[in-house]
Design a protein around this ligand. Structure first.
Ligand SMILES: O=C(O)CCC(=O)C(=O)O
Length: 318
C-alpha cells in the first residue's frame, strides 16, 4: 500500500498569534505542527533563490555534497547509508548542506521569524539555541535510501515527554509545493514522539545511518505523508519517527531544516558562532548561535541564564 496522506490540522500565523496554546497542544499531541503559509512571500522568494543557486552550483560541480570539500564548516560526514549514491550522476543525488548559517546570510532572518520562532520559543522556553541550519534538495527519482528515523545522532534514542520541557525540536520550511503524495513529502508517524524508536537488537550502537535502512517494519498504514505548499512549515519533535517519501514526480523538492535545542545541548553543525552570524546577525540571532556577548563564557552560563539573555531572546520585533 502507499503511505496515506496526513489528515493533520494546519494553523495559519494569525491563528497561532490568537491562540498559541492551541498550537502547542497540537505539537504535544501529534509531535508535529503544520503552519500554513508561515513564511512571507518576500522571504520565501529569497530562500528559494538561495536553495536553487546552491543546488545549481552543486550540479555544475562548483559545490560538493555533504561536507565533501568543506570539512572545516561541518563535522557531518557522508552517512554509510548514502555512500552508494555518490557514484551516481549528480542530478540523481539528494543534496544536503549543513551549517548554511555560516555560508549564506539569507539564512539568518529565517531562524527567528514569526510565527515559527514564537512557537519554538514558547515550546522549548527561553533557554534556547539554534543547533542546525540545513538545506535539502531531492531531485526527481532521487536515488538516496529513504527510511524513517528519529533525529540527531546521539539524541535519537532520547524520547521526549510532553509533560515537561522538550530537548530538541526541528522545523522544516518547504520551498516547493508538494501538493500530491510521492513528491518527496515529509512523512511521519503522528504521535510516535513519545515512543521509543523500534531499534533492532543487532544494532548496539544505535546508528540510523549505517548501511541498512531502518524502520522497514514500521507499518505503512500508521505513516502519514504531508501535503504542503511552498511557504508552509512543519515543526516536529526530534523523537518523532519521520523521513521522506521517494520523489517520483518531475519536480525537484527543495526545503530547509532548522533545529533548536536547549542551550546546554551542543550544536549539531557548528562549534563556535559562525563568523557570518557575528557579522550579519542581529543580537538575537547571534545569541541563538551561542554568542553570549558581554558574558563571554562563564561557569554555568548555559544553565543559569542572565536577565539580558532572556530579554534578547524574547519573540517579537528584535
Ligand atoms: O527531507 C525530509 O522531508 C525529511 C528529512 C529528515 O528526515 C531529516 O533530515 O532528518
Amino acid at each position: 500500500m502507499d503511505v496515506p496522506v496526513a489528515d493533520l490540522p494546519g494553523l495559519s500565523g494569525a491563528e497561532i498569534a490568537e491562540n498559541l496554546g492551541t498550537a502547542l497542544d497540537l505539537l504535544r499531541k501529534d509531535g508535529i505542527l503544520i503552519i500554513r503559509q508561515g513564511i512571507e512571500p518576500a522571504m520565501l522568494d529569497e530562500l528559494k533563490q538561495m536553495a536553487t543557486t546552491w543546488h545549481d552550483d552543486f550540479l555544475s560541480g562548483e559545490v560538493q555534497n555533504y561536507s565533501l570539500g568543506d570539512p572545516e564548516t561541518t563535522a557531518t560526514v557522508v552517512p554509510d547509508i548514502n555512500q552508494d549514491t555518490f557514484v551516481e550522476p549528480r542530478d540523481k543525488q539528494g543534496f544536503r548542506k549543513w551549517n548554511m548559517a555560516s555560508k549564506d546570510a539569507r539564512m539568518l532572518p529565517l531562524v527567528d521569524v514569526s510565527p515559527l520562532y514564537d512557537v519554538i520559543h514558547a515550546f522549548i522556553g527561553p533557554d534556547l539555541q539554534v543547533t542546525k541550519t540545513q538545506l535539502i534538495v531531492l531531485p526527481p527519482d532521487c536515488l538516496d535510501s529513504q527510511f524513517l528515523h528519529t533525529d540527531a545522532g546521539s539524541l535519537s534514542d532520547i524520547v521526549e515527554s510532553m509533560d515537561a520541557s522538550p530537548v530538541m525540536v526541528s522545523a522544516q520550511v518547504f520551498l516547493t509545493d508538494l501538493l500530491e503524495p510521492g513528491m518527496g513529502n515529509f512523512t511521519c508517524v503522528p504521535g510516535s514522539h513519545q515512543q521509543r524508536y523500534p531499534w533492532s537488537p543487532d544494532n548496539p550502537t544505535r546508528t540510523q545511518i549505517g548501511t541498512v535502512p531502518l524502520g522497514q517494519e514500521i507499518p505503512l498504514d500508521i505513516r502519514r505523508q504531508v501535503l504542503a505548499r511552498a511557504g508552509d512549515v512543519v515543526i516536529f519533535l526530534h523523537s518523532l519517527w519521520h523521513g521522506v517519501t521517494p520523489n517520483t514526480s518531475a519536480q525537484t523538492r527543495r526545503s530547509l531544516i532548522l533545529s533548536y535545542g536547549k542551550s546546554f545541548v551542543r550544536p549539531y553543525d557548528y562549534q563556535q558562532t559562525p563568523p557570518l552570524v557575528l557579522k550579519a546577525g542581529t543580537p538575537r540571532q547571534r545569541l541563538l548561535f551561542g554568542d553570549l556577548g558581554g558574558w563571554g563564557w562563564q561557569d554555568g552560563c548555559y544553565y543559569h541564564l542572565p536577565e539580558d539573555h532572556i530579554q534578547t531572546l524574547a519573540p517579537g520585533e528584535p
